[in-house]
Design a protein around this ligand. Structure first.
Ligand SMILES: *Cc1c(COP(=O)(O)O)cnc(C)c1O
Length: 379
């Protein structure tokens, strides 16, 4: 049995919605499908403004422009993340300031944020790793006390909750991904959620090449012109149509993922009890979305051994991230020791995870992990 690491799941309506776009002769951004998805998300987050974007990367870049980051401004973020988190601010000439993660959730350690704040700090950029929320209550409190803006990299967190509310509704702005590898997708895609109403008008302009074209379309001005820094951050109707099919079934797809996640979790309890691996830890404040199932191994050698063993059985497991602070582009921002970040990067193994993953496949993966440890215990 071959088990891939990831496989996008179709809901059955994608083709119909795409056909509707082809028949409409309206393919560019801000059409009916864009509006439908944006309205669904606006209601979900109870936010004043949601914009679909070409990717989460572009939503993060928009956020940096909207917050008017300048040369030398400092932005506090984890190092244990994807490059887009840091690129978004570095493109503006701002400086990523990497803070270590919590060893349990692998999210930014909220207790280490305050000591990283300097007079140049402008923003905190937490990442919700694996769809498990960072400690947003503490983070928002720190931001308020120091007058900082909060942008959430919620790329992995669609339909996850924190203290009973959707993840991504607390920061001033938050960015989601609808890339193929995420829980819901449309090939490439993203969304910017604007929670702080003071950024709504600017977001609208930054997204539309720095113009007030949206106001013009609504009849609020008689011509539109260049107002602010901006770019083209619209999603085409083809992608939005595909995405609507996914969002409509979003809760169902999330539940299926969670079922697979829970099956791994039960299946690996015994091995954790015997000290072979550490399973993910979910704080009671978080309802996650099953984005990633990972285990932490005692050391890198064991991790690589297990990965090889799984591969030999047709199972694809993966690792990530190369910590940003030790990567070629990230180390330019100063030498740092971030022990929990380095440890996670060395010892994490991500197991196959997607909505259509069957019980049989999960059990096979768990059995092979068990075999690996039992076999190496005997040799
Ligand atoms: C996937 C991911 C991104 C980038 O998302 P795209 O939609 O591919 O641009 C950014 N940050 C994190 C944490 C991610 O996991």
């Amino acid at each position: 049995m071959d088990v891939p690491f990831h496989k996008p799941t179709l809901t059955g309506r994608e083709a119909d919605y795409l056909m509707a776009v082809l028949e409409s002769s309206r393919f560019s951004g801000d059409g009916d499908f864009n509006h439908k998805v944006q309205n669904l998300l606006k209601n979900h987050f109870d936010s004043p403004f949601v914009a679909l974007t070409p990717s989460c990367t572009s939503a993060l870049e928009m956020a940096a422009v909207i917050c008017a980051l300048r040369q030398g401004d400092e932005v506090i973020m984890p190092s244990y993340t994807f490059t887009s988190t840091a690129n978004s601010v570095a493109l503006m000439g701002a400086v990523p300031v990497f803070v270590d993660i919590r060893p349990d959730t692998l999210n930014i350690d909220e207790q280490k944020i305050e000591e990283a704040i300097t007079p140049r700090t402008k923003m905190i950029l937490p990442v919700h790793y694996a769809g498990v929320s960072a400690e947003m209550t503490a983070i928002m409190d720190i931001a308020k006390r120091h007058g900082l803006v909060v942008v959430e990299d919620a790329a992995q967190a669609i339909f996850a909750n924190y203290k009973g509310r959707p993840v991504g509704c607390l920061g001033d702005l938050s960015a989601f991904s609808f890339h193929d590898t995420k829980n819901l997708g449309c090939g490439e895609g993203g969304a910017l959620v604007v929670n702080n109403a003071k950024f709504k008008e600017k977001a609208e302009m930054v997204r539309d090449k720095g113009t007030n074209r949206s106001k013009f379309i609504r009849g609020e001005v008689d011509k539109y012109s260049w107002q602010t820094l901006g770019s083209s951050y619209l999603m085409s109707e083809m992608q939005a149509a595909f995405l609507l099919a996914q969002i409509e079934k979003g809760q169902e797809l999330t539940q299926k993922r969670l079922a697979a996640w829970n099956l791994y979790h039960e299946g690996l309890a015994d091995l954790e009890g015997r000290g072979y691996c550490v399973r993910p830890k979910i704080p009671s404040s978080c309802e996650h979305n099953g984005h990633i199932y990972h285990i932490l191994l005692p050391d890198e050698q064991t991790r690589e051994g297990l990965r090889e063993h799984l591969k030999s059985q047709g199972i694809v497991s993966t690792t990530h991230f190369v910590p940003l602070h030790s990567s070629p582009a990230g180390s330019r921002y100063g030498k740092k020791t971030l022990p929990s970040t380095d440890r996670a990067a060395r010892t994490i193994l991500r197991l196959p995870m997607f909505s259509s993953l069957s019980n049989c496949e999960v059990e096979f993966v768990v059995d092979e992990i068990d075999n690996f440890f039992t076999r190496s215990a005997m040799s």
